[in-house]
Design a protein around this ligand. Structure first.
Ligand code: M6R
Length: 614
């Protein structure tokens, strides 16, 4: 959840680190800090609670000069987000400094041991234990890098860590234990970089060496040596990463999230580009399986968290409909800890826009251990999910800066539909004619998304004003739109801080309808499809209890106006494309409510873009 950036070379480190942290701020933004080693051998530290701008102000007022430094942007786990708890953390001698991403599970035990040995701590973080622990091994006579390696072996939990020593001006040590987000070495022209994520490295280099769990790197301005935490040398290769073409600028929009919602037609084209084959009824999607292996699959399990898990729920329905394989969607965090029955005939599809979500990575490992086949649907080439899976379907959504996922959700669903067609065609469950029709419909999806963005004029702003004082919303849908109801509720919760629940409309009468009153607007997803009549009954049940209904239906459904309090329209779309089209109004409603309430839409409180802790 935190971002780490480091530099060692021939340029001033502070500006490079600040820029790196700024591009990693989506990973955590409750406090930040940097440490730079001066030419005279003194470690200077600047920290600030709150957003990265506060650190920039502190570091501008009192700049640090030197060519070696590390920085951190934090999402608090242990200890409130304050200046004293912000990273970097120093040992008691002030010569070892550490930035850390992860949770040190045995910090209580280690801290008690260190206190007994005379160490004094200034923060309440788990991280501060680490430089003190390293210092104990240095004091025993180990080299700095060796002390770090031995200390690493004593840390329980999952971690990505970088450290410096004031007596080693030409050395930075970084390592990974388990899955707490990655750390990659960037091979620049004027020095070496490290960062938690690729977008922070691409302004400097596209040549990178990502560390695997259990690896440690000793980095100097000219070279790097990678070894396992057991001390065995590793031949770690450089890989070339793509520079993301999508600009991370707001492009005239007030927030990144609004820009990212509005660009969905364009990014939908990107995920389809090159994959809609000219062969009738075929999609061009490389999978790491033979046709026979695809025919032998008897189960598909989609795993993901948050918004990605809502996409998974749609993926499972689409696979069952088209490829006629039993399919389900599971929360990765639960999948990893139960004892799932999976084998080589099970395909596990890990969905993660970041490709770094700790629970999803662990669930992938769990699937591997059981012999399942794995692919990932991700937006991040080179991410851990990308590297771990047997194959990947990249969703090509461009960088998503807003913490609330929007365009990556829609593109993940599109990727799942391509996967469903590909499996269905190989298994012979979808005729050439039906597949051709479906592919043709997919090619029109970008245009439908464009219509969905424009069709309601300024209704969202009007509805935001009307409902801004509501403290609770319910979202209901059926079939492929039930996950959209859940996603709508999640979007609203995370950016407006208004409580919301999303569910099957059929579930409402089994309990949640007790919440319905004049103050609880119900958003009903009711396009003209085979479940429309059912939705009308549910809407009537809400209105009979004095509930207010904002109904989302297909353009041309003239009867709807009299049946609900407010109408939002979506263009008519084939059933399988309705989830993508119906996502747009729930995203925009959440956005305009949050904006009206004056919230920080792009960096909502308490959240982070990549959740790399359990
Ligand atoms: O990177 P991932 O897709 O694995 O992220 C999963 C969730 O953390 C993420 O979707 C989260 O729920 C977003 N804040 C939703 O907007």
């Amino acid at each position: 959840m935190c971002g780490i950036f480091g530099y060692l070379g021939y340029q001033e480190a502070q500006p490079l680190i600040i820029d790196g942290l700024t591009s990693l701020a989506y990973r955590g933004y409750d406090s930040a800090g940097i440490a730079v080693l001066s030419r005279g051998g003194a470690l200077g530290v600047r920290k600030a609670a709150g957003k990265i701008d506060n650190l920039i102000e502190a570091a501008t007022k009192s700049p640090l000069s030197g060519r070696l430094g590390i920085g951190h942007t934090r999402w608090a786990t242990h200890g409130e987000p304050s200046e004293v708890n912000a990273h970097p953390h120093l040992d008691g001698t002030g010569s070892i400094v550490v930035v850390h991403n992860g949770i040190l599970e045995n910090y209580g035990e280690l801290k008690a041991r260190l206190i007994a040995n005379g160490h004094v701590f200034s923060s309440v973080t788990d991280t501060e234990v680490i430089p003190h622990l390293i210092q104990e091994f240095v004091a025993e006579g180990l080299s700095f890098a060796e002390a770090v390696r031995i200390a690493a072996g004593q840390l329980r939990g999952a971690h990505a860590i970088a450290c410096l020593h004031a007596d080693h001006p030409e050395e930075m040590v970084t390592f990974r234990v388990g899955n707490a987000g990655g750390v990659a070495i960037g091979h620049g022209q004027g020095g070496m970089f490290i960062a938690s994520d690729m977008p922070a490295l691409t302004p400097h280099t596209t040549s990178v060496t990502p560390l695997e769990p259990g690896e440690l790197a000793i980095i100097t301005p000219e070279r790097y040596d990678v070894m396992t935490l057991d001390g065995k040398s590793v031949d770690a290769n450089r890989v070339t990463i793509a520079v993301n073409a999508t600009s991370a600028a707001k492009g005239g929009y007030k927030h990144f999230m609004l820009k990212e919602v509005m660009e969905q037609p364009e990014v939908a084209m990107s995920v389809l580009r090159g994959r809609l084959s000219f062969e009738p009824g075929e999609v061009a999607l490389d999978l790491p399986f033979t046709d026979q292996e695809i025919k032998d699959l008897n189960r598909v399990i989609f795993i993901g968290m948050g918004t990605s898990s809502h996409a998974c729920q749609i993926g499972a329905q689409v696979i069952e409909r088209l490829a006629r394989i039993a399919a389900s969607a599971e929360n990765s965090a639960e999948f990893r800890y139960r004892d799932p029955v999976v084998d080589k005939h099970t395909l596990v599809v890990a969905v993660a826009q970041s490709g770094e979500t700790a629970d999803t990575l662990e669930a992938m490992d769990r699937a591997h251990r059981s012999g399942a086949r794995t692919i990932t649907i991700t937006n991040t080439e080179g991410s851990q999910a990308y590297r771990r899976a047997e194959g990947a379907i990249l969703i090509h959504a461009g960088q998503e800066v807003g913490v609330a996922s929007s365009k990556t959700f829609v593109n993940s669903i599109i990727a799942m539909q391509l996967l469903a067609i590909r499996l269905a065609r190989t298994r012979g469950t979808l005729s050439t004619a039906a597949a051709t029709e479906y592919i043709e419909a997919l090619s029109h999806l970008p245009a439908l998304l464009g219509e969905a963005l424009n069709i309601n004029g300024n209704s969202f702003q009007r509805l935001a004003v009307k409902y801004a004082r509501s403290r609770r919303f319910l979202f209901i849908g059926r079939g492929l739109l039930e996950p959209i109801a859940r996603e709508g509720a999640l979007k609203l919760k995370e950016i407006s801080y208004i409580h919301a629940e999303g569910m099957s409309a059929a579930e409402l009468k089994h309990g949640p309808i007790a919440l319905v009153d004049r103050e609880t607007p119900v958003i009903a997803l009711a396009p003209l499809n085979d479940l429309y009549e059912k939705m009308l009954s549910n809407i009537a049940q809400v209105r009979a209890r004095d509930g207010q209904v904002i109904g989302i239906t297909s353009v041309g459904n003239h009867e709807f106006t009299g049946l609900v309090d407010d109408v939002l329209l979506i263009p008519e779309a084939p059933l399988l494309l309705e989830p993508m089209v119906a996502t747009i109004p729930v995203q925009l409603l959440a956005y305009h409510l949050a904006d009206l309430l004056g919230n920080d839409v792009d960096q909502p409180r308490n959240l982070a873009k990549s959740v790399v802790v359990e």
